[in-house]
Design a protein around this ligand. Structure first.
Ligand SMILES: Cc1ncc(COP(=O)(O)O)c(C=O)c1O
Length: 275
């Protein structure tokens, strides 16, 4: 298996990065996970655009997107990844042992993995810890993901495959690696960007093509019959029906709106990959 480190193609067993990389201890970096279908990265430009937005939010000089695009496609081919993912990690580079940056060159790592997609109906758990929609990292896809890691571990212990965060206002926000959609009164809705969620590539495609309303939704509604259907969206979950939120079950999962959205998303995949 090959990886790219700073534009150099290396055997993954032999590739290494410095122990002084600032991302290692402080999470000073950005990343993207791009789904690969039939050897083709899906919606790559949208991911590269978001990487640039994350870098801007982190006060890091963004990488050269066009070079990255070539390397991502090249690596998927070289590693013969038919269905899987490519991860781009972009760090602040080396620093001293404090929180301050040393202003050294940034570091770019590209790696691939086969498989990993899951679209079967699933259980989620509502986290006891909030997302801070006012924090400096809100809406950014950074390597400071320990909150997500811990909360996901907690949810898995309870039989969930994903954890859902509400924000400081008690409004539904997002999952550890996914966005959430709900159906209320027959209408498809998703938390607005004001809630502090990430602008998921899958979320945005659904909002644009299916026409979900972007609103603030009290998280507690998930436990009531007002929420008729719910699903997760992400590069690796696509449109994944939610069959339970903690002890509340959705007997009809996937419901009609979820099914319609999944069909539209399948069409989007075909169209985008044909381009
Ligand atoms: C926190 C968070 N929210 C949402 C998503 C979904 O984004 P996308 O659809 O671009 O995969 C991700 C992706 O991993 C994420 O990390």
């Amino acid at each position: 298996m090959l990886v790219y480190v700073d534009g150099e193609l290396l055997d993954s067993e032999l590739a290494s990065v410095s122990v002084f990389d600032h991302a290692l201890v402080t999470g000073d970096g950005a990343f993207e996970t791009v789904a690969v279908y039939g050897g083709e990265p899906f919606a790559l430009q949208r991911h590269l655009d978001r990487l640039e937005r994350t870098c801007t939010g982190m006060r890091l000089t963004p990488p050269d997107s066009s070079k990255l695009a070539v390397q991502v496609r090249d690596l998927a081919k070289r590693n013969a990844v038919l269905d899987g993912k490519v991860r781009i990690t972009y760090t602040a580079g080396n620093s001293g042992l404090g929180s301050g940056r040393s202003g050294g060159p940034t570091r770019t790592i590209i790696a691939t993995e086969a498989g990993g997609r899951s679209t079967e109906p699933t259980k989620v758990c509502l986290a006891p810890w909030p997302r801070n929609e006012r924090g400096v990292l809100a809406g950014l896809k950074t390597t400071s993901y320990a909150e997500n890691v811990i909360a996901l571990d907690w949810a898995k212990e309870r039989g969930g495959s994903e954890v859902i965060f509400e924000n400081l206002q008690g409004m539904l926000c997002e999952g550890s690696g996914s966005n959430i959609f709900v159906v209320i009164g027959g209408e498809l809705m998703t938390p607005s960007m004001r809630t502090g969620c990430l602008a998921g590539v899958t979320r945005d495609l659904i909002v644009e093509r299916v026409g979900a309303k972007e609103v603030e939704i009290p998280a507690a509604l998930l436990y009531t019959v007002e929420v008729e259907e719910a699903f997760l969206s992400s590069s690796l979950r696509e449109v994944q029906p939610i069959m339970a939120v903690d002890d509340r079950t959705f007997l009809n999962a996937p419901g009609p709106v979820t099914k319609r959205t999944a069909t539209t998303f399948a069409d989007i995949l075909v169209e985008e990959l044909r381009r």
